[in-house]
Design a binder for this molecule. Structure first.
Ligand code: MTE
Ligand code: MO
Length: 308
């Protein structure tokens, strides 16, 4: 198990990479602030709040510098350095999210309004990208299921679909047809309702920078990074499995489920090992990115070589 909740103890192994952050934590403690403040880009220097703290037990946190300078966000270019270079002016506010489909409270929400009743929690999750690199990131976010419960989907809602902003003026990468814009993703309802699934609004208690998908992005820690869709403008409750961008682009390479699985290789490379950003030596990739105890039951009886 990679997270431990309800503890403020910080193992010494985690102090080195972000001494500044951890020092700051000691001072800010548990001062109150709503998710809306984070999502609206309010600086968190004095307002950070972690409703329930959770920390990786043995994993060193990836430095903020790496999390914000080595990214995949094709809306801002395809090189890992492009998002940091080109997303500087992209703050994600003002922002509204369109909620539609099989859901009682379908509406277009001003994001701070939608989030105002939720308090962000801190979760230290590994993000494991299909390109075989991983980072350990202290996210602030709201469990997706809290938002779903608030929105009240009907019994016809079997999947949740997400869509990223389409705005080639702000997102220069969308001026080229490298992907089928807008970027779309989806989860089965039970995956979306799983307590590990997070709508992230911050990293290291700072609002998401442009490159990390502000003002709100998904984090599904047991799946490859491409499921963690950034800068979400639409949430749809649907009956059928929704299309997903990388599956549209290369169906033999990227499936709907995209569970981290060392036993199912990408057709062009192995997924058995991964390189933690900042480390030289690759490590073995754990099944379900290390969250198997909590999520394996979602897939019991499914052939994971077929539903990859
Ligand atoms: N809209 C959008 N979301 C996206 C992507 C993208 O190109 N566009 N890239 C995905 C991929 S492949 C990964 S690995 C993660 C990277 O998240 P990070 O840059 O915050 O680490 O974002 C995912 N979400
Ligand atoms: Mo990725």
């Amino acid at each position: 198990m990679l997270i431990r909740r309800g503890s403020d103890h910080i193992p010494s192994s985690e102090i080195t990479p972000e001494a500044v952050y951890l020092n700051r934590r000691k001072f800010i403690g548990r001062l109150g602030a709503g998710a809306a403040a984070i999502a609206a880009g309010v600086p968190l220097g004095s307002q950070a709040h972690a409703a329930s703290q959770s920390r990786g037990q043995s994993d060193e946190l990836t430095p903020y510098e790496a999390i914000t300078n080595y990214n995949n966000f094709y809306e801002f270019g395809t090189d890992k350095e492009d998002p940091a270079r080109h997303a500087g002016n992209f703050t994600g506010h003002p922002w509204s999210v369109d909620v539609n489909g099989h859901v009682s409270k379908a509406a277009t929400y001003d994001l701070p309004d939608l989030l105002s009743s939720f308090t962000p929690e801190e979760r230290v999750y590994r993000l494991r990208c299909v390109e075989a690199w991983s980072m350990v990131i202290p996210w602030q976010g709201i469990p997706l299921r809290d938002v779903i419960n608030y929105l009240e989907p009907t019994s016809s809602a079997k999947y949740v679909a997400f869509q990223t902003l389409h705005d080639p003026e702000q997102m220069r990468g969308q001026r080229a047809r490298v992907l089928d814009w807008p970027y779309v993703e989806g989860l089965r309802m039970d995956e979306a309702m799983h307590p590990l699934t997070l709508l992230a609004v911050g990293i290291y208690e700072r609002p998401l920078l442009g490159q990390n998908g502000p003002p709100i992005r998904l984090v599904v820690p047991w799946k490859y990074g491409f499921k963690s869709v950034k800068s979400i403008v639409r949430i749809s409750f649907v009956e059928e499995e929704p299309p997903t961008t990388w599956n549209i682009m290369a169906p033999q390479e990227y499936g709907f489920y995209a569970n981290v699985n060392p036993e199912v290789d990408h057709p062009r490379w192995s997924q058995a090992r991964e390189r933690r950003v900042g480390e030289l030596r690759p490590r073995p990739t754990p099944m379900f990115n290390g969250y198997g105890d909590q999520v394996a039951s979602l897939y019991s009886g499914m052939d994971l070589t077929r539903y990859y």
